[in-house]
Design a protein around this ligand. Structure first.
Ligand code: OAD
Length: 242
């Protein structure tokens, strides 16, 4: 795959780079993307029906067990060359900011520091009432908060819920004066995360989309690299920084 030399030069000379990732960057680590049909036991459930406060209120056991299944998947997953290339990029670009919609923690495992996790992290558990982190110890399903007795839940953003305080402000702040914006492995359908590349465009940044498929962002992207993040990112970072 020949990455346009001009893009390589833009990346090499960029002072500030923002990367926004979606579940596509973890696909090559074996984690199904969000909108891919669920596999096996959970095939009959639509994630958009389970990742909601209403579903948890209605059937906390089902929602907790669904996240346990996803947590197991994540626990067995390793960062792939795409995650590692972004950790590498962070070493070369002092003004690099990583924003992720993923909750799998693989960027941190790959060595990325301070990733802004817009949708939380599935490996963290919180009290559903106090929203403080709690180590699930009991065997009850779902476990309950030792402090107040409320059921525990994963520390992820459900549909209709607010993002972690300050997360979007930090992400938008980084986008405001970035030179290059990389949109990687996201369908660019879910807001407010999906506003970020448009904000980057408005700020005059070069917007690059890395995705095997078209998305609503494609027409706005300055560069469209059609393919898998695990192949394109290492090639791009290698070409720019050797
Ligand atoms: P989606 O499943 O909507 O989109 C995944 C994107 O990754 C698609 O555009 C695929 O074409 C692309 N893709 C697949 N394999 C890839 C690969 N190897 N390399 C690069 N791209 C690849 O997942 P997201 O866009 O992440 O929010 O979904 C965004 C949010 O929607 C999720 O964070 C979740 C969901 O609602 C919450 O849970 C709050």
């Amino acid at each position: 795959m020949d990455v346009s030399q001009q893009l390589v030069e833009e990346l090499r000379s960029a002072h500030k780079v923002v990367a926004l990732t979606g579940s596509g960057i973890s696909a090559e680590s074996g984690i199904p993307t969000f909108r891919e049909a669920q596999t096996g036991l959970w095939a009959r459930y639509d994630p958009q029906q389970l990742a909601t406060p209403e579903a948890f209120l209605r059937d906390p056991k089902l929602v907790w067990e669904w996240y346990e299944w996803r947590r197991k998947l994540v626990g067995e997953a390793e960062p792939n060359p795409g995650h590692r290339a972004l950790a590498d990029l962070e070493e070369h670009v002092p003004g690099f900011t990583l924003v992720t919609q993923n909750v799998d923690g693989l960027h941190g495992l790959a060595g990325s520091r301070d990733a802004i996790e817009l949708h939380g992290n599935i490996l963290r558990t919180i009290c559903s009432a106090e929203r403080i982190e709690v180590e699930p110890s009991q065997t009850e399903v779902p476990p309950i908060c030792p402090g107040c007795g409320a059921p525990l839940r994963p520390d992820v953003v459900w549909f209709g819920e607010m993002l972690p305080a300050g997360a979007m402000e930090m992400a938008s702040g980084a986008v405001r004066d970035c030179d290059v914006f990389l949109s990687i492995g996201t369908s660019s359908l879910v807001y407010p995360a999906a506003t970020l590349p448009y904000e980057a465009n408005a700020a005059g940044a070069i917007v690059v989309e890395i995705n095997p498929e078209e998305t609503p962002l494609t027409p706005q992207a300055g560069y469209t690299l059609r393919g898998r993040a695990g192949e394109i990112l290492p090639t791009l970072v290698e070409a720019a920084f050797g």
